[in-house]
Design a protein around this ligand. Sequence first.
Ligand SMILES: O=C(O)C1=C[C@@H](OP(=O)(O)O)[C@@H](O)[C@H](O)C1
Ligand SMILES: C=C(OP(=O)(O)O)C(=O)O
Length: 428
Amino acid sequence: MKLHFTSGLQGEIRVPGDKSISHRAVMFGSIAEGQTVVSNFLNGADCLSTISCFQKMGVDIAINGTDVEVNGKGIGGLKEPEEVLDVGNSGTTARLILGILSGTAFHSCLAGDESIAKRPMKRVTDPLREMGAAIDGRGGGNYTPVSVRGSRMRGIDFTSHVASAQVKSAILLAGLHAENEWTSVTEPHKSRDHTERMLKSFGAEVKEEGLKVSIKGGQRLKGTTVAVPGDISSAAFFLAAGAIIPGSRILLRNTGINPTRDGILDVLEKMGASFRILPVESASYEPAADLEIETSSLKGTVISGELIPKLIDEIPIIALMATQAEGETIIKDAEELKVKETNRIDTVVHELKKLGADIRATEDGMVITGKKPLKGGAAVSSHGDHRIGMMLAIASCLTESPIDLDRPEAINVSYPHFFEDLQRLSSR
Ligand SMILES: O=C(O)C1=C[C@@H](OP(=O)(O)O)[C@@H](O)[C@H](O)C1
Ligand SMILES: C=C(OP(=O)(O)O)C(=O)O
């Protein structure tokens, strides 16, 4: 796909619904009693994989555009699936669903695409086994395909060595099956807290003390309404674009600004970007704002430590932004990038080098030196990774001639109307 969006980006858009929240709304709705009504659901491939997995377990789920109705029958109401549960490209689906499947009364098999087959599952299968789960899989249960024989769950106090919301959520969901026992997860840094917030809105009692989250087993979830805000991880592409593409001013309506997800705003601030946060009235427990950004002179910065889990999925686009900032940007403590849809340290460095960026990989991140003009003419690839594909499409706004993007369809995973939004902003 030839890409070249030359003009400054001007106008307003509404990015699609948050992926993490959309997954959870379907999962929690499926194991709750009664109806859950979800608005602004993300119709991307990953969340559709979650819907299809629960439909295969007998849950009645109706999709009408971005409105979704889930008719849950309670945690015991799921049925043994006749087919393999296909999680597609979605790590969130794979890891969270393992927490739910572990405590059921049936057998299930889970598999996904070639990227999922390389992503480590031991981080969830190990603690789930400690809770009593009977899980088998390739590489001792580390890789898909994985099979689960539902078992009785015991509560555990788990200390995780990674700050991962997928690990935390899988264990808390398994903990719901551990009748009368408490389960807790303690993390090295706070990861996104959508599970905690949403479980409470489904009527569960969840305790939070610093980096420790606990849940009591045997609680029943009650169906509710979920208003999904725009996904800040999708908005990040246009926040970065607005800051680095000359002549830009973009307004992003109704974007989620949950404090465990808003690291991109910290980075924009540290790099000296000119932007405004205009909070919107929301009845939801997930805060949202309109975000306005304009072309800015950026300077390099250091991104590390507890900031990393707050922006882990935004690092590919932050790397592009750093190529247009004066001086050095250092990203460290981000080893987790190696186990995403691709090894994002390698794919970001490899693809941005083709455009002439001064960027090098380190053990736990990357170092980028700007400001460097990006050259066109290159054949680049998403490597099947949606965030790499979107980063490269934004890069094409800065090159003097088109670039050729291979595997652009990967973008459907999280932002199906990405190219329409980009086209609209670039044609003044
Ligand atoms: O829980 C979630 O919805 C997610 C958690 C993060 O992964 P980790 O938990 O592996 O950090 C993130 O990268 C992913 O896109 C979505
Ligand atoms: C890592 C991501 O998602 P997942 O882990 O759900 O595949 C992502 O969306 O960038």
